[in-house]
Design a protein around this ligand. Structure first.
Ligand code: UTP
Length: 297
């Protein structure tokens, strides 16, 4: 019988250099999309998918992230005194069950594969999810939930997949497709950041995974790959060499690369416009701005 996926790893030990100087003191995952830090979107998505244990792989300078998940007694008291029940509810929605979060340090940023491997003792022999919080996905049904439902049928390992323009494929792990079933493909191979000539397709892997615990054994033996880092893509590709199944899942939703400045700004606009209390004011501002820009051309 397939085991249920109840654990998720959140690798948040990267340096976030694309957001310097902000990330000198603020972890990227705490940066705010409208009014919530990126990590909150990732946690909400994991919860919707049935995740019960949240494993953060952190590094130096990420204490703001740990504090974010602590209760805030002083703030709560002040809000209670002022009868601000709505704000109290907002705070409560960020509370995590005692013992549901674990923090593991990745002492050196040796790559995503290495970050995941750092959590191996907490994963034991169970399938687990990996969520990269800087990939934010707007979807009617949260992306990881879609994947968990598909995984219940397939088992093996599964990566979230998305078509990208051919000239962008070299920024991603790219899928060599064995068979295409529409919303799902079976995978023949995975190539991390291929050159345009090497890219086997334009179906790219983005930051959601459901992985077999065998991946940890593959990572045990891993050497550094593309960019001098230990690549998670290579460890998943090694599953195929061992004749174990890997699937790519074409999720329904829009993914924003909040690890890049342009992606973060796009997400800010999209999520701002999707908020009931903001859409009128923010929407008319954007229309005025567009009109002014067109008039200036
Ligand atoms: P990125 O490739 O976006 O790297 O990592 P980064 O360091 O966060 O950001 P830049 O490129 O310097 O701006 C993708 C995800 O993998 C995690 C990151 O925290 C991010 O969630 N990661 C990456 C680790 O946890 N450890 C690593 O060694 C590398």
């Amino acid at each position: 019988m397939k085991k249920r996926v109840t654990k998720a790893i959140f690798p948040v030990a990267g340096l976030g250099t694309r957001f310097l100087p902000a990330t000198k003191s603020v972890p990227k995952e705490i940066m705010t999309l409208v009014d919530r830090p990126l990590i909150q979107y990732a946690i909400d998505e994991a919860r919707a998918a049935g995740i019960k244990e949240f494993i953060f792989v952190t590094s130096r300078g990420k204490s703001a992230l740990e504090d974010y998940f602590d209760i805030a007694p002083h703030l709560e008291n002040e809000l209670r005194k002022k009868d601000k029940t709505e704000l109290l509810d907002v705070l409560k929605s960020t509370n995590m069950d005692s013992g549901a979060i674990a923090y593991i340090r990745q002492q050196r940023a040796l790559g995503l594969g290495h970050a995941v491997w750092c959590a191996r003792r907490l994963v034991h022999n169970e399938p687990f999810a990996v969520i990269l919080p800087d990939d934010v996905i707007a979807a009617e049904k949260p992306c990881l939930q879609q994947m968990v439902e598909a995984y219940e049928e397939t088992g093996g390992s599964m990566v979230a997949a998305m078509e990208v323009p051919a000239d962008k494929a070299s920024s991603y792990g790219v899928i060599d497709i064995k068979e295409d079933f529409g919303s799902m493909v079976s995978v023949k191979g995975l190539v991390e950041k291929p050159t345009p000539e090497e890219a086997p397709s334009n179906l790219a892997v983005i930051g959601r995974y459901i992985l077999s615990p065998k991946i940890m054994q593959n990572l045990n033996k891993m050497k550094t790959g593309s960019g001098g880092e230990v690549q998670l893509t290579d460890a998943i590709d090694a599953e195929l060499k061992n004749d174990r199944d890997v699937f790519g899942y074409r999720f329904r939703g829009q993914r924003f690369d909040c690890g890049s400045k342009a992606g973060f700004l796009q997400a800010t606009v999209a999520f701002g416009l999707a908020r009931e209390e903001l859409k009128d004011e923010f929407g008319s501002y954007l229309s005025e701005l567009m009109a002014m820009q067109q008039a200036a051309q």
